[in-house]
Design a protein around this ligand. Structure first.
Ligand code: SF4
Length: 239
């Protein structure tokens, strides 16, 4: 995709949602990290349902360890892979206490060394909690980047590196959320909603579901519902 179309793509997505946020609920960097670990192969809505009762009880590594694996399992058993996730969350809570003074480290290498935390999770935490211009490639971003021709790639890492190269600096901080929202609500996996897509005219996908994009006045917002996530509190982190 030529640079002028990349600029157009982000200009349009940003007009729809100037200040996008994660849809995961959290109230500090630790609960953000836990929510992202729980969200692997699960929906944000499902994670939010489980954490609504969990986080008031366990919003620090110490409280999470005190809750224990069995206690945590009871809260998250509606989420896929919950047994492994419970093990990882308890282990990462212990690691935060032992290695990082109970704080979530602002450091990619240290984050990726935590149990259950890979590059994608580290990217989300660095972006949302610490305001770094990282791009975490999940299934939605992978699909949108490939379909549109924005940053084609066979692996999430290839797509991430392509996006980092192509996304203009001024859009980099929020690019992750704009692309996720577009993939979650418009460029959906089975039948993309090309007829109401604001970037249909510049998208390179050969199998668009119908022709031209609608006129500007008729275009829906990317996301029909208001985001309810709380603001990140990285600067006041006191865990
Ligand atoms: S035109 Fe269709 S395939 Fe292209 S980004 Fe929009 S919804 Fe996705």
């Amino acid at each position: 995709m030529p640079p002028k179309d990349v600029e157009t793509l982000f200009a349009r997505l940003s007009q729809q949602e100037p200040a996008p946020r994660t849809e995961l609920h959290y109230n500090n960097p630790f609960t953000l990290l836990v929510a992202v670990v729980l969200s692997a192969q699960a929906t944000d809505k499902g994670v939010n349902r489980a954490t609504a009762d969990l986080f008031p009880t366990a919003d620090t590594p110490e409280k999470m360890v005190a809750l224990g694996e069995a206690g945590l399992t009871r809260h998250i058993r509606t989420i896929g892979l919950y047994r492994n996730k419970a093990k990882n969350v308890i282990a990462l809570s212990r690691a935060l206490i032992e290695r990082h003074g109970s704080k979530v480290p602002h450091d990619r290498e240290a984050l990726e060394a935590l149990p259950g935390v890979g590059r994608k999770t580290a990217n989300v935490v660095l972006n949302v909690a610490f305001g770094e211009a990282t791009i975490a490639v999940d299934t939605h971003i992978f699909r949108v980047a490939n379909r549109t021709g924005l940053a084609p790639g066979k692996t999430p890492l290839a797509v991430e590196l392509g996006l980092l190269k192509r996304v203009p600096q001024k859009y980099r901080l929020h690019a992750h959320h704009w692309l996720i929202l577009h993939g979650r609500y418009v460029c959906v996996a089975r039948t993309p909603k090309c007829g109401v897509c604001v970037i249909a005219d510049i998208c390179r996908y050969p199998d668009k579901t119908n022709g031209n994009p609608p006129k500007a006045a008729a275009r829906p917002r990317v996301r029909p519902k208001k985001i309810t996530a709380k603001k990140p509190t990285a600067k006041k982190q006191d865990l």
